[in-house]
Design a protein around this ligand. Structure first.
Ligand code: HAM
Length: 442
């Protein structure tokens, strides 16, 4: 059967489009992404995080073991395929398991150094696309590996909030929880399973199915019916072991010291199995149902799940770039601007075209953003294009001008024109642009 999603090569002449749940980032948008990523990089540097770039695809086992067989991500959402060597490969659905794999593989912790790493890049999950949820999306994330100090948990939160502040995005809510240790979580799981079995007949079918496989996930369902039925469920916070309880208290105190407001949400279990102790999410009121700007927490057992003989403590978060940009737009904070052409070069005639083509490149060498009209159209059309690009100056010359070794320099705002000897044009343009730099004029 041919549905819009699984059309195949047979429909010969169809115009090929991007796959559902993916999209192109076009000029006009990519500039905002660059500004955004620049801010992320600067803030990461300020906090002492260094960039890591792991492969886009990994052995499937990495995610199956790290994230957990019974999670939605591994069970339903991964892009998994067999390569030519019959190996099971998965496009990364998240960055934490790859980062910990790389950390172990390259023995980054060999000197007992605490590693603070960050990443930016695409992730892949086969979820039903909707506002704020796509199949290829982009995250930036930060991980601190090698310490279980509660300051590390709090530092990752402060780091993310510093990025939001840098963007001017000031409405958010921090949800905080502790899942305790693996052991205390097992005890809780048993208790919760008993409770859920008691109310199972009031739960929707697909939620009921989770009671045996992943009962904690039943609690963070967004469905009202589920929330109502499970209102009296036991709280994970009543099951914390002493060390986890103490740790959670310290996290809360450190946040309070920094004046960071938070909401305790005992239902915040997160969708990945590697978490222990602290989990958190930062939500935006400017998004619809997919309102988590970032999610994170502590994953002290993940290293062992990936085959490390030792326990490797770690904590971090990842944030959805599309969601942050969407929240910014709703909040009226604009990162979008057009790439600025400073000078448009307009030529008439073959000899002038050749000479000005070279000049244009020399201007770029002098740091001037220069546009050379690649179509051989009329001067009028070239000037119209110069105005459309919002260039500040135009350099205009025909074959006759160049016989006199001159070009015309036109200020496109005032309309003023002057003849400039061609060998002087670069310093004259540079000087003019400095004097009319809109940023300096503000
Ligand atoms: P996550 O909660 O699965 O956690 O994803 C983090 C963030 O990525 C979400 O809060 C959301 O902003 C964005 N995101 C997730 N799925 C989608 C999607 N389909 N479309 C658009 N945006 C999406 C993790 O990935 C963990 N690795 C976080 C972490 C790092 N925990 C510890 N360290």
């Amino acid at each position: 059967m041919t549905s819009p999603e699984n059309r195949n090569e047979n429909d010969g002449n169809r115009l090929i489009q991007a796959i559902r749940g993916t999209r192109d980032l076009l000029p006009g948008e990519t500039e905002a992404w660059d500004v955004f990523e620049g801010l992320v990089r600067d803030t990461m540097a300020l906090y002492g995080y260094r960039e890591i770039r792991t492969p886009i695809f990994e052995e499937t086992q990495l995610f199956a073991r790290g994230i957990g067989e019974h999670t939605d991500i591994v069970g339903k959402e991964m892009y998994t395929f067999r390569d030519q060597g019959d190996r099971s490969i998965t496009l990364r659905p998240e960055g934490t398991a790859p980062v910990v794999r790389a950390w172990l593989e390259h023995k980054l912790g060999a000197q007992g150094v605490i590693d603070k790493l960050f990443y930016i890049g695409p992730m892949f999950r086969q979820e039903a696309p909707q506002k704020g949820r796509s199949r290829q999306f982009h995250q930036f994330g930060a991980e601190i590996i090698g310490t279980d100090a509660p300051e590390a948990d709090v530092e990752t939160i402060l780091l993310f909030l510093a990025i939001l502040e840098g963007l001017g995005l000031d409405s958010w809510t921090l949800h905080l929880n502790s899942l305790g240790s693996r052991e205390s979580r097992m005890a809780y799981r048993e208790e919760l399973t008993g409770y859920l079995e008691g109310v199972a007949n009031m739960l929707p079918e697909e939620v009921r199915g989770r009671i045996a496989s992943n009962p904690l996930r039943v609690l963070d369902s967004k469905e009202e019916q589920v929330q109502e039925v499970t209102a009296g469920a036991p709280s994970i916070l009543d099951f914390l072991d002493d060390a986890s309880r103490e740790d959670f208290e310290r996290v809360k105190t450190l946040l309070t010291d920094r004046g960071v407001p938070f909401v305790i949400n005992p239902r915040l279990v997160r969708g990945l199995d590697y978490y222990e102790r602290t989990t958190y999410e930062i939500l935006s009121p400017d998004l619809g149902s997919q309102d988590a700007l970032c999610g994170g927490g502590r994953y002290d057992g993940l290293g062992e799940m990936l085959g490390s003989p030792e326990r490797i403590p770690g904590v971090g978060f990842a944030a959805g770039i599309e969601r942050i940009l969407m929240a910014l737009e709703t909040a009226g904070e604009d990162l979008v601007f057009e790439a600025q052409t400073e000078v448009a070069v307009v030529s008439i005639g073959e000899a002038a075209r050749r000479r000005l083509f070279a000049l244009c490149d020399q201007l770029r060498g002098a740091g001037v953003a220069c546009h050379f009209d690649l179509t051989e159209r009329s001067v009028k059309a070239q000037m119209r294009e110069a105005n459309r690009l919002d260039a500040r100056l135009a350099i205009i010359a025909g074959d006759k001008d160049l016989e006199k070794d001159e070009v015309t320099l036109k200020d496109l705002a005032s309309g003023e024109e002057e003849a400039v000897p061609i060998e002087r044009i670069i310093p004259v343009v540079v000087e003019r642009l400095e004097h009319t730099d809109p940023e300096l004029e503000e």
